[in-house]
Every structure is written in C-alpha cells, then in structure tokens.
Design a protein around this ligand. Structure first.
Ligand code: NDP
Length: 332
C-alpha cells in the first residue's frame, strides 16, 4: 500500500497542471497516467490556441513540456490504469476522525491511499467506428473543429452529426473553409432551432440528410468519403464527396464510469462540481442529502466540463483543483 497526500488521475492538461501546482505546494503528488498518455489533445495534429506557443506546438511536445514541468517540482508518475476506487463518502465515514483516506487501485494490485484525489480523466470523442477513420486519424480525421479547423482554410470538409455541436462546428468551419458538408443520418437536425437556422441559411454549408458514411478514401490522407443515402431503402445510393477533412461531432463520453458510485454525475456522465469550482458531490441516496460535498475529492478538465472542452480551460481547472486540494490537506 502507498500512502500519499495527493493523488491525481489522468495525464491531460488538467492532470499535469494539477501536478505542477500540487508539487509546488509540497504535496508530493502521485499522478497515475492512464491509457492515453497526454490525453485527448494528442489525437490532434498541432495546437495553435494554447497561450505561450506563438508558432504552434505539436501536442506530444506540449504534453511532454507539462509533464517535465511537473516532474521538476517533484511529481511521481505511475504508468497504469486505475481499475477501482473506494472514496470515503460523508454519510458512510467511520474512521476515527471521520476522514479516512480515499482508496485508489492501479492495475488491480497497487493500492494508493490518499487524503485528496483529483480526477482528471477527460472525455473521449465518439467516432463512427470505421476502419478508415482509424487509418486517417490525425491525417484528415478530427473531432475538434476549434483545434484543427485552421488547417483546412479554403478547403472542403465534412462534419458528421446533426446536434448542436455539429452545427456549431459546421458554422465555425464555414468561416474558414470553401465548403462544408454536414452528414446527418436522420431527415432532420436535432440541434436547437437557432443553430439549425444558422446552418440552413449559410450558403457555404450543404446538409446531406439521411446519409451515412461508409468509408473514407485518399492517398495517405483524407481526400474523399463514400456515403450511402437511406441505408436499406430501395432507393439507396452511394455518393462520393471530395473532401480534405472529416470532422466527427457525434458527441463525447466523459471517462467517469469508474467513479459512478462515488461522485454525482449529470445525465451524460459529466462529474458535477460545486459552484463552477472542482469539489465533487457525493451521489444522492436515501441516507444522504443532495449536494453533500465529498471532502478531498476534486474533478478537473473535460470529465467535469460538458461545455468548453479546451486544453487551456482544462489546465485552468487543474490549477484550481490543486489549490483546493492543498487547502483541504492543510485543514486536516
Ligand atoms: P447530441 O447527442 O445532441 O447530437 C449528436 C448528433 O450526432 C445527433 O445528430 C446524432 O444523430 C448524431 N450521431 C450520433 N451517433 C451517430 C452515428 N453513429 N452516426 C451518425 N450520426 C450520429 O450531441 P452534441 O455533442 O451535439 O450535444 C451534446 C449536448 O451539448 C446537447 O445537449 C447540446 O444541446 C449541448 N450543446 C450545446 C451547445 C450550445 O448551446 N451552443 C453547443 C454544443 C452542444 P441522431 O439525431 O440521429 O441521434
């Protein structure tokens, strides 16, 4: 068993920034890196909107910079996946001082007991599951128009999805690109009325209703997509579109399943945090009143952010979580 003051789960901008702050506060944090070192950002090609990198930066370089910065101040890194947690929830606490440590297992076997845990496990964009999508990941396939749209200036791109995110991304891309296709599987958009109107009134956007993507094509990068109209219907037809970029906007899953019995989450699985900060609530049960804060459990970054999903915002919330964890640990 390893006893630590502050344990951080996740190695994206939120986790690493929390580690920088926690180590500079002398908390000697341990950070469990998880399955995707560097987090979701490393699925993009270049980062141009993170302050401090005027010429842009490769995501792996940026994440490695953050990691080295945390290491310099004393963070210990553990490579591995968290497989189980047991947080000490307020109404169930029975320790001598009512504040027993929180337990986290890495790879089933390594137990960490921590005064404070910062959950920074991020979110994963949903993909269609096509083989060609994996082939061209980072070479024309993206799940973030704000991150990657700039690389497609004056080009033709497609956005998959018919929700608010897809409409927002399509509008954003229409400001940069020559033409934007929206590939929508239903005969209507699911987005809010105002977003629908923006899309439908934008002359650069062509909505392909009732289309599904069969595969992406191209020599070493995306150059086209084969779509099928009204799958399974007698008048089904295959259509080829020439595109340079293929943007997924079919939703995200926050990586919070592991914590579902211990922290309150919204209907989509995002962790609910107190007052736009980082403190977590215990799940509501018969013997626990709503909005009971769990001492020592914090969430930062995309796992608790259904809205902004930007690296710089995640980094900011990682700093907040570490500051709150430091205050909590000093109060013990
Ligand atoms: P949504 O779940 O609302 O929409 C997902 C879209 O992707 C739907 O059109 C869905 O189709 C489509 N889709 C899902 N799976 C597939 C698939 N396998 N193949 C093809 N299409 C697929 O997700 P969003 O990310 O758009 O929105 C999430 C939440 O965030 C919503 O509540 C939204 O309102 C909110 N939001 C608000 C914004 C704003 O207010 N400005 C901006 C962005 C998001 P189908 O309809 O057929 O299920």
């Amino acid at each position: 068993m390893n006893r630590v003051k502050c344990l951080i789960i996740g190695s994206g901008p939120a986790g690493y920034t929390a580690a920088i702050y926690a180590s500079r506060a002398n908390l000697a944090p341990v950070l469990i890196e998880g399955p995707q070192l560097g987090g979701q950002l490393t699925t993009t090609t270049e980062v141009e909107n993170f302050p401090g990198y005027p010429d842009g930066v490769e995501p792996f370089t940026m994440m490695d910079d953050m990691r080295r910065q945390a290491e310099r101040f004393g963070t210990t890194f553990v490579s591995g996946i968290v497989t189980k947690v047991e947080f000490s929830l307020p109404s169930l606490q029975g320790g001598t001082e009512g504040r027993p440590p929180h337990k986290v297992w890495a790879e089933d076997t390594d137990l960490y007991e921590a005064d404070a845990v910062i959950i920074a496990t991020g979110a994963s964009a949903k993909y269609l599951g096509l083989e060609s999508e994996r082939t061209y990941r980072g070479r024309g396939v993206s799940a973030c128009a704000t991150c990657d749209g700039f690389f497609y200036r004056k080009k033709t791109v497609a956005v998959v999805g018919g929700g608010d995110t897809a409409c927002e991304e399509a509008n954003y891309l229409a400001g940069l690109c020559e033409k934007v296709y929206m590939i929508v599987r239903k005969p209507y958009l699911r987005a809010s009325e105002i977003m629908q109107q923006r899309v439908l009134n934008n002359p650069k956007i062509e909505v392909l209703f009732e289309h599904n993507t069969l595969c992406l094509t191209g020599e070493g990068k995306v150059q086209g997509a084969d779509l099928i109209y009204r799958k399974g219907e007698p008048d089904e037809a295959i259509k080829h579109i020439a595109i340079d970029g293929f943007f997924l906007a079919i939703g995200h899953h926050p990586n919070t399943e592991l914590f579902k019995d211990y922290v309150a989450r919204d209907a989509e699985g995002y962790i609910i945090v107190k007052d736009n900060g980082t403190q977590c609530y215990a799940p509501i049960t018969d013997n626990r009143s709503p909005l009971t804060v769990i001492p020592g459990i914090f969430a930062a970054g995309d796992c608790a952010d259904p809205h902004y999903r930007q690296a710089v915002v995640a980094a900011g919330s990682g700093a907040k979580a570490a500051i709150e964890a430091d205050k909590y640990i000093k109060s013990l």
